[in-house]
Write a protein that binds this ligand. Sequence first.
Ligand SMILES: Cc1cc2nc3c(=O)[nH]c(=O)nc-3n(C[C@H](O)[C@H](O)[C@H](O)COP(=O)(O)OP(=O)(O)OC[C@H]3O[C@@H](n4cnc5c(N)ncnc54)[C@H](O)[C@@H]3O)c2cc1C
Ligand SMILES: *[C@@H]1O[C@H](CO)[C@@H](O)[C@H](O)[C@H]1NC(C)=O
Ligand SMILES: *[C@@H]1O[C@H](CO)[C@@H](O)[C@H](O)[C@H]1NC(C)=O
Length: 509
Amino acid sequence: MSLRNLSVKALLFLGICQVGRRGLASAPKLKEQPKKIAVIGGGIGGTAAAYFLRQEFGPSVKIDVFEAGPVGGRLATENIRGHDYEIGGSIIHPLNLHMKHFVDRLGLSTRAEVPSKVAIFDGKELTFEESDWFIVNFLRMLWRYGLNSIRMHMWVEGILDKFMRIYQYQQFGYSFSSVERLLHAMGGDSFLMLLNQTLEEAMLANGFSQVFINDIVTPISRVNYGQSVRLSAFVGTVSLAGANSGLWAVDGGNKRVCSGLLYNSKAELIQARVVSVSVKMRPSRSGTVANFYELNYVGDSGPAHSLYDIVIVATPLHQGLSDISFSGFSPPIPSHFPGRYHQTVATLVLGRLNMSYLGSNHKPADFVVSEILTTDNEALAINSLGSLHPVHIPQGYRQPPASESKVWKVFSQEPLSEEQLGEIFVSREGVWEKRWLAYPSYSPPQRRMPPFTLHDRLFYLNTIEWAASCMEMSAISARNMALLAHHRWHDQTDKIDQEDLHTRLRGEL
Ligand SMILES: Cc1cc2nc3c(=O)[nH]c(=O)nc-3n(C[C@H](O)[C@H](O)[C@H](O)COP(=O)(O)OP(=O)(O)OC[C@H]3O[C@@H](n4cnc5c(N)ncnc54)[C@H](O)[C@@H]3O)c2cc1C
Ligand SMILES: *[C@@H]1O[C@H](CO)[C@@H](O)[C@H](O)[C@H]1NC(C)=O
Ligand SMILES: *[C@@H]1O[C@H](CO)[C@@H](O)[C@H](O)[C@H]1NC(C)=O
């Protein structure tokens, strides 16, 4: 089930890095460089934006990153008995090239792999259990679902192939003013269609069977996005790509990438909540009028404000996630855009699993399944149940069997009651709960997404989450923000929203 041409793609990317004629020295034009840039949000999006902004604008610009909470945002860990465990975004795809680049560049490493096995639970029993033997899994899938499973991998890979084009565009310095244009440059109209169909519709139209969708595809979309196959086909395929082998995580915790990028970018971290952004006019030296953005923020030492040439908003502008007012803009910019974020509750439990809850007659001592996915079932309170490894795998670590007390991660849409937990676990030594507004609630057709450009030099990174929310999408958007900010500042319009890049750049390789 591995990606057959991973190495070819990796080589291609390396090639691009060397051939790409555009390096750091994207020649500044006559115009001066900006003096101050603000980034609102210190998650992977905001910190990656700081990193790419430094690349684009050079060493002299001052970059401030505002963060109201812990750096990392939705990448977070919980300490349980002396070990840290991922409680937010946890897995990274092998072809997530920005994330890979960050880890290499920052001198981090990937977490050691622990072999893992998947099972599927329908609320009564385990309907599928992965075997140790690849051939057994393969034949079982073939027996039950015909060629659906193989075709799914080909289908997802076809989409992934087009997705990979973005890295080449960005390497050559191209940027996009809206998510729609960015997606169109990658995959044309067919990509935009993926926003307007549900995953289920798209797969049925491509000849996949309903049984396969219910049994196999639904559990994957439930574990990754807490939603059924009625989410949009674009994020749905991102989720299916996440069911591939070769998934990885950062040794010591994914959020280390955020603090690393912040340090590497030499940005200043301002621990404060931004409450408003307003646009100010000021006559400039050359006699024209220039826009500045004033940020008002509240930190430990009380309220304060500062002026910036460029501002990147790197948090979702949605209820419960941020509350920033924008004043002086015409047309006005709302504090919250339409659409809502989906609640996913992550509950970490240190305890022993109740095997009868899974309807299984395995002896707990023999049960080493680590990921239990679920089918769509009204009566089921959980979306998934997984045995969790610490963010750093100690030497000699092995996957403990279910007879031992260990850390489990349960995803559910609502917080779990004592009673529910009591049914899933026969004993509990501790419970840690985090309620996330995790990712958008996707219901196609997708209404127009907010633009990347909210105003002249005020940009919105997280609009990309409405196509798909994951670490790599935030990183792709971060690079796009830095390029767009640079090109708009220097009036390089030929690097924005170019059509037909795929054919044009083919000759460049
Ligand atoms: C439970 C869960 C599981 C997930 N699993 C995966 C996965 O396996 N793989 C994957 O790739 N992705 C996963 N994701 C998605 C991934 O975590 C997110 O897409 C990504 O982390 C978003 O990063 P961001 O920087 O864009 O936003 P955020 O991480 O949300 O960062 C925004 C930051 O802005 C700050 N902020 C907000 N308002 C203000 C203000 N006014 N002033 C100052 N600061 C402000 C917030 O405190 C926050 O830190 C998961 C998410 C969740 C919740
Ligand atoms: C997707 O749906 C939206 C809203 O119904 C519509 O405005 C848009 O044109 C559609 N896009 C495509 C590519 O079909
Ligand atoms: C285990 O699960 C079964 C089936 O759901 C339930 O009847 C039983 O009460 C649970 N056992 C414990 C010890 O919680």
